[in-house]
Design a protein around this ligand. Structure first.
Ligand SMILES: C[S@@+](CC[C@H](N)C(=O)[O-])C[C@H]1O[C@@H](n2cnc3c(N)ncnc32)[C@H](O)[C@@H]1O
Length: 237
């Protein structure tokens, strides 16, 4: 029987792991740098695949208050409401349930979209990722920007394992199950060239890409939580 690629994100123990990261790790310095460079503080912003609100909380604290924080998992949504509401009693209302492959928002309604720490990479497959990118493009205003991170199988922490990896039955190249602090997690990993091509197909132009380590010193907590990953900025033409 095929393993459920979404089950991990519904588990309370996983949501708790991400809530701890929201409180202890917070927004990485590399993320802060790109957010400050590409988003306006009064811009309408959407976060997809927000987990327990780690990055969203960081943005709100920085004054990006026109932010909607979303995740498909009801467990994550409840946890994010708890985390944000603890920081500010008005912020729990900023959290909504939304599947990024079918966003419940009108066309051209956001100046910026954030998909932090592999949110696009833990979708069920490449088709879901293409759907999510097309949905993100649809809800962005012309000129609007998408900031996201995705593990890089040529340059990231797991490059040695990826180099000798052959996909298990039922998985495509760049897909595998990883161990995690809770249950195994399904994850895709792209090269920069593959991601550029996926963005182009979705009608998004890559305008910046760098490994987290090339952008900033994120510190030991962020490194332990996320390893080295690639941050991308893309723009709707
Ligand atoms: C690796 S976690 C990242 C969490 C958060 N962005 C962070 O930086 O801590 C990926 C998140 O994507 C969410 N997710 C997975 N599939 C999704 C989908 N189709 N739509 C929205 N969120 C999804 C998961 O529930 C999970 O919270």
């Amino acid at each position: 029987m095929e393993r459920d690629r979404r089950a991990h994100w519904l588990e309370p123990a996983t949501a708790l792991h991400y809530a701890r990261a929201a409180v202890r790790v917070g927004l990485w310095e590399s993320e802060r740098l790109l957010v400050e460079r590409h988003f306006r503080r009064n811009g309408r912003l959407l976060e997809v695949g927000a987990g327990a609100g780690r990055a969203g909380l960081g943005l709100l604290k920085l004054g990006f208050t026109q932010l909607t924080v979303t995740d498909f998992s009801p467990t994550m949504v409840e946890m994010a409401r708890g985390v944000l509401g603890e920081a500010n009693p008005e912020w729990d209302r900023k959290v909504e349930r939304a599947d990024m492959t079918a966003l419940p928002y009108p066309d051209a309604s956001f100046d910026g979209v954030l998909a932090a720490f592999n949110a696009l990479m833990c979708l069920r497959n490449r088709t879901d990722c293409a759907l999510a990118l097309s949905e993100i493009r649809r809800v962005l205003l012309p000129g609007g920007r998408l900031i996201f991170s995705a593990n890089d199988r040529e340059r990231g922490d797991h490059r040695a394992e990826w180099a000798k990896h052959s996909p298990e039955d039922g998985l495509e190249a760049g897909e595998r199950w990883h161990d995690s602090p809770t249950s195994p997690v399904f994850m895709r990993s792209c090269t920069e060239a593959e991601m550029r091509a996926e963005l182009e197909i979705a009608g998004l132009r890559l305008i910046e890409s760098a490994l987290t380590t090339e952008l900033a010193e994120d510190g030991p907590m962020a490194r332990e939580f996320a390893g080295i990953t690639r941050l991308y900025v893309a723009q709707k033409a």
